[in-house]
Design a protein around this ligand. Structure first.
Ligand code: CAA
Length: 285
């Protein structure tokens, strides 16, 4: 089955990026967000990203225009009724995601349509149990910035059927041109289970006065050839998302290295969420 009609729920940074890459791959995308105007604002973000792609020679202006025209912003889930694949990318909060999955299961008419989640760490099994189509629910985890990062994690739950796995793997791999890795349904999957304790260690290092933020980041960029240092990367991912993933990891494995450090919690309380808020470990224009 060729997937041509896609829904994306949640028009934040990840939802916008996912909508963009799906539209660039030729799909018709309905992009929903409950917050008034958020889906429309996200179209501005996608426009800017497509323009960056054009400026860097990744796609022609005409292709960017066609991709943008394939995205329809909406404010309710009703427009998801005829979708073949819906990718949920709302905030990393179990209750919110469970509600979205329950609602999507009612709205999406074709019982064979796939409901996927971009969660970083919430068990896919829990999301599937909020629906009546447990075998058609799967994790499809993208990385930020979505148009640039080549990886997608495919995460089946205990009840996901083989055809669902095959269809989303073909979609992410062939249609979107991403490198697909498969992970079991364990908090953090492959990448965040490795990445997040590293980010938390950098925050603890800063909190302890071990080194400055600039020196911690420079250490990993210049000394380990990472494209950006851990504190800059935490600002990119979002401190709220980093904390939510850390909490899921801690809840699952009870390892102290997964526990969010107090500095991270206080910064989230203060709204210093990183790049999207204009301030995190660094300030942004
Ligand atoms: N569309 C298409 N291509 C684009 C693009 C766009 N909008 N914007 C940039 N590109 C391309 C560029 O053309 C360039 O490609 P080439 O290497 O082929 O020339 C490449 O992307 C890099 O672009 P830039 O030169 O503009 O950017 P940069 O070199 O400053 O790198 C970065 C920026 C890609 C963000 C880099 O710093 C990086 O890789 N950082 C790490 C990001 C990371 O680790 N993300 C994962 C976060 S974890 C996560 O997301 C999961 C989670 O659940 C929390």
């Amino acid at each position: 089955m060729r997937i041509e009609r896609i829904g994306v729920v949640g028009a934040g940074i990840m939802g916008s990026g996912i909508a963009e890459v799906c539209a660039r791959a030729g799909a018709q995308v309905v992009l929903a967000d409950q917050a008034p105007d958020l889906a429309t604002a996200s179209v501005e973000r996608i426009t800017a990203s497509l323009q960056r792609g054009v400026d860097r020679g990744k796609l022609a202006q005409a292709e960017a225009d066609v991709a943008l025209a394939r995205i329809t912003p909406v404010e309710t889930l009703a427009a998801m009724s005829d979708r073949q694949l819906v990718i949920e990318a709302v905030i990393e909060d179990p209750e919110t995601k469970l509600k979205v999955f329950g609602a999507l299961d009612e709205v999406v008419e074709d019982p064979a349509a796939i409901l996927a989640s971009n969660t970083s760490s919430i068990p896919i099994m829990q999301l599937a149990m909020a629906t009546q189509r447990r075998e058609r629910v799967v994790g499809l985890h993208f990385f930020n910035p979505v148009p640039v990062m080549r990886l997608v994690e495919v995460v089946p739950s205990l009840l996901t059927d083989d055809s669902t796995i095959a269809e989303v793997t073909a979609f992410a791999g062939e249609a979107l041109g991403k490198r697909v890795v498969r992970s079991k349904d364990r908090a953090g999957f492959v990448v965040n289970a490795l990445l997040v304790p590293y980010l938390l260690s950098a925050i603890r290092m800063l909190e302890a006065g071990f080194a400055t933020a600039e020196d911690i980041d420079a250490g990993m960029v210049e000394g380990a050839a990472h494209p950006m240092g851990p504190l800059t990367l935490t600002d990119l991912v979002g401190l709220d998302t980093t904390k939510a993933v850390a909490e899921s990891l801690y809840e699952e494995f009870k390892e102290p290295l997964f526990a969010p450090p107090p500095l991270l919690s206080r910064m989230v309380d203060a709204g210093l969420l990183g790049r999207k808020a204009g301030r995190g470990f660094y300030t942004y224009d």
